[in-house]
Design a binder for this molecule. Structure first.
Ligand SMILES: [Zn+2]
Length: 248
């Protein structure tokens, strides 16, 4: 993995001793590495990331881990809203509209190595490697539906969902009955909130609810088109059980 230290972004401030808990993955939506780096290092743009990975797999360190880079914007995870203070941001040289619209093998191979390194160093949980669209589902779509999450879970970097036993599903559903969750939608929202998503305003707002569901689909079903509530519900039940059994 080629590692370059010579380009630095001025766009950062202090973490105020917050612990690093999350890794957020982004794409730049810019046309190449030169544009990506100059954008992230330009004071005027007020954005940055700790790392940038080019299509050829070169890793650029733009902001030191110990500082608070500005990549997540208005975000939310597990009740926290200042995501920049508790995260490492990784930007990928990828644009869904450009020539760089593929996640190259070299890029993903470097990303995996970098994730493993950061994960070990800061003891980051498998559930805490996230898409920008996970922490900002109402505004953001990156790293998008083509990002190869499967390669990350097959390398044991993020949580892999094991099949669940029917009895486990029944126990969970009985429990939902017991607490009078009288619709699948309520259960879906409840599970999303346990996983960490921002569900604060989705009950009463169908537009936000759909955006949240879409963010979940992009990440876990690699789809943006219409998918039935039933499939999302079943995926979330499997997700919840795996999540509860392997939280740390
Ligand atoms: Zn982003």
């Amino acid at each position: 993995m080629k590692y370059i230290n010579k380009y630095k972004s001025p766009n950062y401030n202090s973490r105020n001793s917050s612990k690093i808990k999350l890794i957020i993955i982004h794409y730049t939506a810019l046309k190449n590495t030169t544009d990506g780096i100059s954008y992230l290092c330009n004071k005027v743009n007020k954005v940055s990331s700790h790392y940038f990975i080019s299509q050829d797999g070169t890793v650029y360190s733009l902001v030191d881990d110990k500082f608070r880079a500005w990549h997540a914007g208005q975000s939310y995870w597990e009740g926290r809203t200042d995501i920049n203070s508790i995260s490492i941001g990784i930007e990928l040289d990828y644009s869904p509209y450009g020539k760089n619209n593929k996640y190259s093998k070299k890029m993903i191979s470097s990303l995996k190595k970098l994730l493993i390194k950061i994960q070990k160093k800061y003891e980051i949980s498998k559930n805490h490697i996230l898409a920008h669209s996970d922490v900002a589902p109402f505004r953001k779509k990156d790293p998008g539906k083509h990002f190869p999450w499967k390669l990350l879970y097959s390398s044991n970097i993020i949580l892999k969902f094991d099949k669940i036993r029917k009895t486990d599903k029944h126990i969970i559903e009985k429990w939902f009955d017991y607490y009078n969750f009288n619709s699948k939608k309520k259960i879906i929202i409840f599970i999303l909130s346990i996983i960490g998503y921002d569900t604060r305003h989705v009950h009463e707002n169908p537009l936000l609810y759909n955006k949240l569901i879409n963010a979940y689909k992009i990440r876990y079903l690699n789809k943006e088109d219409k998918k039935s509530n039933k499939l999302i519900y079943n995926t979330l039940i499997v997700h919840l059980i795996n999540f509860l059994l392997t939280k740390n």
